[in-house]
Design a protein around this ligand. Structure first.
Ligand SMILES: O=P(O)(O)OC[C@H]1O[C@](O)(CO)[C@@H](O)[C@@H]1O
Length: 552
């Protein structure tokens, strides 16, 4: 049995017993039995208040989950990550996104190097650059002020920046519009640059490796477009292109002066990177002070995660609850429902963070997950994360959350003070936020439906089963700091789950094969002289059809 398999532990069997006990009760009964439940089953981290009382748990469940975390050695694993140990074993790397938000006076020496000094040196040069662009001192080649920033990147070099840019629009310099090109679908770059004034546009080419096909193809396209617009004057690139990367050699090869490159390090995973130089577009938008506030928010959550006992530790509790549903109820998917239009890209951002991290089926030592697990859902890892902002989701997929046959745990995220009030609108909005978790938890029985005067034939259709678990995260207001706290919260939830499952949350080998095959197939698509497709029968037939449709 793998040492990472916890299903033979005493804590696991306690949880199995809890699962059986809870099957005989429901949230209505649990709340009726304990009037203080709604105040007791809560925890606070920074400015985030977590109410986890509407989960299918008792105090004994939480105790057993905490015991499971202890069994997994979570405390030592957290310490190892923060200390810069090489916990990304398959890439032999430290995992130090938490160092990106350490305050200037901190010291963290890894391999003889103070990484905090390195981090702040880059932050300072980003700040100097951002101030110059924002003040108009840095202009385009022809002397015009920069009013459009186009970030070219994909995955971690796109999702974080675009999510945070959208989330913090209210803190932005509205004179600078940021756009984000990610997809290699040519329509993406076409639509994003078709109406910009080239003389006022700054391109950020963001790629950790600077080898990513999508990003380099889009960046070449943008560079050619810019040079063309300047009548072939390639010297214009210097004032219109900057790079964010760990790979100075490739940046120089591409033709961007490395004086205009903002670096980071191999110990920052792509999906954990938007608080590094990858967030340059965010800094250009909200300014260096706003960016510093965001980093401070991240750091507050880091400190909470690092130092708080598990039973009050918000990321640990939420990670354990996810394990609970995934491994004992077999839920498989998890909804994240921000009640903030500014957070409309937050679920998409979380998809990479959580699914690229925990979509794994071997343990750290290479043994298959679940090979010897205790049956049921014991051998399951990463859930499918998804979501949309409320209330839009209510009018789309909430029907399934309320009455479908699948149980989907959900996180509801809301704010007391709106960025814009507009009369009573925010209270109406938030009444939906509170109503949904209550409806999901407590439902409506057949007797209650009938008592409304519903015809007997319709009663069963209107019954709301309830007993559907949710977390509520409530904060005062969406600020740069609160956004940092929220993102760090989910980073640490993800890490907690990976430790419980004994998997590596920091590699992503599963994305490689598709990239290699695409490179092999590309020449077979592209010209009339292309070689015949020589893959499997399905792929060959599809490529033949594609070539016909393309007139090749
Ligand atoms: O920043 P890069 O090196 O261009 O990589 C982009 C993305 O590609 C991946 O490596 C895999 O899709 C992600 O992990 C990463 O965020």
């Amino acid at each position: 049995m793998s040492s990472y398999d916890l299903s033979a532990s005493a804590a696991w069997s306690a949880l199995r017993d809890e699962h059986a006990t809870l099957a005989a009760t429901n949230l209505r009964a649990l709340f009726a039995a304990d009037p203080s439940r709604g105040e007791r089953l809560t925890a606070d981290a920074g400015e985030l208040h977590l109410d986890y009382s509407k989960n299918l748990v008792t105090d004994a469940t939480i105790d057993a989950l905490v015991a499971l975390a202890e069994e997994a050695g979570l405390e030592a694993k957290i310490a190892a990550m923060f200390a810069g140990e090489r916990i990304n074993v398959t890439e032999d790397r430290a995992v130090l996104h938490t160092a990106l938000r350490l305050p200037r006076e901190a010291v963290l020496v890894v391999d003889g190097q103070d990484v905090v000094a390195d981090v702040h040196a880059v932050l300072d040069s980003m700040g100097t650059f951002a101030d110059k662009v924002r003040s108009g001192e840095w202009t385009g080649h022809s002397g015009k002020r920069i009013t459009t920033v186009v970030n070219i990147g994909i995955g971690g070099s796109d999702l974080g920046p675009v999510m945070a840019y959208e989330a913090l629009r209210d803190y932005a310099d509205r004179g600078i519009e940021c756009r984000f090109v990610s997809n290699i679908d040519p329509t993406d770059v076409f639509e994003k640059v078709r109406d910009v004034d080239f003389e006022s546009t700054l391109f950020i080419v963001a790629s950790k490796t600077f080898t990513t096909q999508e990003t380099l193809t889009n960046a070449r396209m943008a560079r050619d477009w810019l040079i063309g617009a300047y009548d072939g004057d390639a010297s214009a690139v210097a004032k219109h292109f900057v790079a964010v990367s760990t790979n100075a050699e490739r940046v120089a090869e591409f033709g961007i002066d490395i004086a205009n490159m903002f670096g980071f390090w191999d110990w920052v995973g792509g999906r954990y990177s938007f608080d590094s130089a990858v967030g340059l577009a965010i800094m250009l938008s909200i300014g260096p002070d706003g960016f510093a506030q965001m980093l401070d928010g991240f750091h507050q959550m880091d400190e909470h995660f690092r130092t708080t006992p598990f039973a009050q530790n918000v990321p640990v509790l939420m990670g354990l609850l996810n394990v609970w549903y995934n491994n004992f109820y077999g839920t498989g998917s998890h909804a994240v429902l921000p009640y903030s239009q500014y957070l409309h890209r937050f679920p998409a951002y979380l998809q990479q963070l959580t699914m690229e991290s925990n979509g794994k089926s071997v343990h750290l030592d290479g043994t298959p997950v679940g090979a010897n697990a205790a049956g049921g859902f014991a051998g399951q890892t990463g859930e499918i994360f998804w979501g949309e902002p409320g209330t839009n989701g209510q009018h789309a997929f909430y029907q399934l959350l309320h009455q479908g046959t699948k149980m989907t745990p959900a996180d509801f995220i809301g704010f007391a003070v709106p960025n814009h009030d507009l009369g009573e609108m925010h209270d109406l909005f938030m009444s939906n936020f509170f109503a949904q978790t209550a409806a999901l938890a407590f439902g409506k029985t057949a007797e209650e439906v009938a008592a409304d005067g519903t015809p007997a034939a319709i009663v069963e259709h209107k019954v709301m089963p309830g007993n559907r678990p949710t977390n509520t995260i409530l904060a005062e207001k969406l600020t740069p700091s609160v956004l940092g706290q929220l993102v760090a919260l989910y980073e640490h939830i993800t890490f907690t789950q990976s430790v419980l499952w004994g998997i590596n949350a920091f590699d992503q080998w599963g994305v490689q094969l598709g990239k290699v095959l695409a490179d092999q197939l590309a020449p077979k698509l592209s010209s009339v002289d292309a070689p015949e497709a020589d893959s499997d029968a399905s792929t060959n037939a599809l490529i033949t059809r594609y070539r016909t449709l393309r007139g090749r």
